[in-house]
Design a protein around this ligand. Structure first.
Ligand code: SF4
Ligand code: SF4
Length: 402
């Protein structure tokens, strides 16, 4: 009995924070079951890679922001993979606490930075979530969330708001993204004013929907496809050659997730920081002095998933006299704002604690924060409404010469 306990000690740390009934289920299987591991006949999960992650020494856990809040091995990258593996091998059922654990990830890719296999645990978990969806075991709060998203075409209750501009054909399409449209309209308006002042032949969509990333993240694959098809049709009809977007999650979805389901946009897709820097380099926009200090927060989707670290900094360095400070954890070592992977919906308490941790890290460098993602801005404002948090487009507009 002791030998068996030693042999399976790797799994013991992973179950530490689960309910006693789940622990008993795991321990019973290991101690008395003679059965070999039998994988499920049909699964959406990448079981081979989940096993590699489950058996890994898990050194990346020191950088996992969820583990830092939860302080439990169960929530570590490998801890989640171990539990996912047991479920996928028919050794454990999808009980409530197991399902809850499968959503405890911000897909921030901090683990990927350290991973010898280059795994993104966030991506490995999406397959497991698809299994949860197919089995009809999705928590009711997430089913309601999905139904509202399908009805409103945005994750926000009030329905998608429009920019109120006439949709026409143009070389450059500004795709605002539903978080910007609904919660940071000032950012959308700043981008539009910059494009107008720079004399760009641009357009917007009158029928823009959420890019669909929340559906993909939560495992609702077929619903995600409907959103992708709608947006692709609208983008093609705009006749644009370049599409720009200020939301890193939208850029990642258009560039990486749509092609994975066979929907590819044959247009250049840029984050606004890249496009605005291009306008500066072409001499189409010039900025005047601003004697202020800001610390730049790297959104994890922008820096880790899209490898865009320098363009926002280069852009801001073009504002004369602006002092750009760096946080202790910057660029690809950034720390997640807490809202990644819909964590603000699935685990709001963890999400808020992660945001608090990041805000206090940023404020060690400077009290004014500039970033390049509307979701990060919302996360930081949730910590303290009075916090000065701006999008880089707002700073560019404020300092742009007439
Ligand atoms: S994500 Fe990579 S480094 Fe982290 S536990 Fe899994 S396999 Fe190991
Ligand atoms: S993606 Fe981020 S939150 Fe998820 S397991 Fe990796 S480090 Fe933790």
């Amino acid at each position: 009995m002791l030998d068996k306990a030693k042999k399976y000690s790797w799994i013991m740390s992973a179950i530490s924070k689960l309910k006693w009934s789940t622990k008993k289920e795991v321990i019973t299987h290991f101690l008395i079951s003679k059965k070999k591991y039998i994988p499920k006949k049909k699964t959406n999960a990448d079981v081979d890679n989940i096993l590699k992650c489950a058996l890994c020494p898990n050194m990346c856990r020191f950088d996992c922001p969820v583990l830092r809040v939860e302080k439990s091995e169960t929530s570590s990258p490998s801890g989640k993979a171990r539990i996912a593996y047991l479920v996928e091998m028919n050794r454990l059922n999808f009980s409530d606490d197991v399902i809850d654990l499968m959503y405890k990830c911000a897909s921030c890719d901090a683990c990927k930075e350290w991973c010898p296999f280059d795994f993104s645990l966030g991506e490995l978990l999406i397959g497991v979530r698809k299994d949860i969806v197919e089995k009809g075991l999705v928590p009711s709060s997430l089913t309601i969330f999905k139904e509202k998203l399908e009805e409103n075409h945005t994750i926000y209750e009030e329905g998608i708001t429009s920019l109120g501009l006439e949709a026409k054909r143009g070389d450059v399409l500004y795709f605002a993204g539903c978080t910007t449209l609904n919660k940071r309209k000032e950012v959308a308006n700043a981008n539009i004013k910059i494009l107008e002042k720079a004399g760009i032949n641009f357009t917007t969509l009158s029928n823009e929907w959420c890019c669909g990333a929340p559906l993909s993240i939560l495992g609702f694959g077929s619903d995600f496809k409907k959103f992708a098809e709608h947006n692709i049709k609208a983008i093609r009809e705009s006749g644009c050659k370049t599409m720009i977007c200020g939301c890193p999650e939208c850029v990642h979805t258009f560039k990486e997730l749509y092609p994975r389901i066979g929907l590819k946009l044959n247009v250049e897709i840029l984050h606004t920081s890249q496009f605005l820097l291009r306008l500066v380099e072409e001499g189409k926009i010039k900025m005047k002095h601003l004697k202020e200090e800001y610390v730049y927060h790297d959104p994890c989707v922008l820096s880790r998933k899209l490898n865009i670290c320098e363009e926002p900094r280069e852009l801001l360095k073009n504002i004369p006299e602006l002092k750009l400070k760096e946080a202790q954890f910057d660029r690809k070592e950034t720390r997640c704002c807490g809202m990644g992977e819909m964590l603000g919906v699935t685990n709001p308490k963890i999400s808020l604690e992660m945001a608090k941790n990041r805000v206090s890290g940023l404020r060690e460098a400077c009290n004014s924060i500039v970033t390049a993602c509307p979701t990060c801005e919302l996360a930081f404002k949730n910590v303290n409404k009075k916090l000065r948090v701006l999008d880089l487009s707002e700073l560019i507009l404020e300092t742009m010469e007439e």
